[in-house]
Ligand binder design. Structure first.
Ligand SMILES: CC(C)(COP(=O)(O)OP(=O)(O)OC[C@H]1O[C@@H](n2cnc3c(N)ncnc32)[C@H](O)[C@@H]1OP(=O)(O)O)[C@@H](O)C(=O)NCCC(=O)NCCS
Length: 179
């Protein structure tokens, strides 16, 4: 079932709607935001396709809105990974919304949903070591750095990127919650 209407203190996570594509294009066309995203910057058509592909049963991403303004400020990737009961989580936000703790707040809500509603066993995340903000989000969430893969993914400019690999287990989540 697609994720819809998870609320945090400041944010609403909801399924994408067709007219979200322009707001998505606003930040996915920003070279600074997309610097570490293997797909690179989106065209308007790619933003439309991203929104269309992430609607309904097989959505892999969820829109993040600022509740006070009802404005779409980014998205979270959250989808099954290769192993059973394992999801991958990721985060991309509009540059104007960086540095307010929104990625961490949205991710924490998805970790809770993943472990407490979906009963996942493990949630993983990856980021390039030089993407300090993204690595910091993973670490603030309590994800454990389990690996450093050398030159394992290719950038849009055909450079090889290293990746850190992070994970959190269900039992670690419940210990951290004190339950
Ligand atoms: C990664 C990203 C989602 C973080 O979003 P955000 O809402 O700003 O994240 P948060 O505010 O929750 O946390 C960011 C943390 O990184 C820190 N940070 C950001 N830039 C930093 C830098 N250059 N050096 C050191 N720390 C940095 C912030 O200070 C904050 O940590 P703190 O709370 O301890 O101060 C956002 O930067 C983004 O959209 N980046 C582009 C897309 C991207 O690269 N996504 C990840 C792909 S792996």
């Amino acid at each position: 079932m697609p994720i819809d209407n998870i609320e945090t203190q400041r944010l609403r996570l909801r399924a994408f709607q067709p007219n979200d594509w322009q707001a998505v294009y606003d930040y996915t066309s920003d070279p600074e935001v997309m610097m570490y995203i293997p797909e690179g910057i989106f065209t308007p058509e790619q933003a439309q396709a991203f929104v269309a592909d992430n609607r309904g049963e097989h959505a892999r991403a969820v829109a993040v809105l600022l509740k006070t303004a009802d404005r779409l400020i980014g998205h979270m990737m959250f989808h099954p990974w290769f192993a059973p009961q394992t999801y991958e989580i990721g985060w991309v936000f509009h540059r104007a919304s960086h540095g307010h703790g929104y990625a961490t707040e949205a991710a924490e809500a998805l970790l809770r949903y993943g472990f407490e509603a979906l009963h996942l066993h493990r949630i993983i995340a990856t980021c390039q070591p030089q993407n300090v903000a993204s690595c910091r989000v993973a670490e603030k969430l309590g994800l454990r750095r389990e690996g450093h893969f050398r030159k394992c993914i290719r950038s849009p400019e055909n450079q090889w990127w290293d990746e850190y690999f992070y994970a959190l287990l269900e039992e670690e989540w419940f210990v951290a919650q004190g339950t």
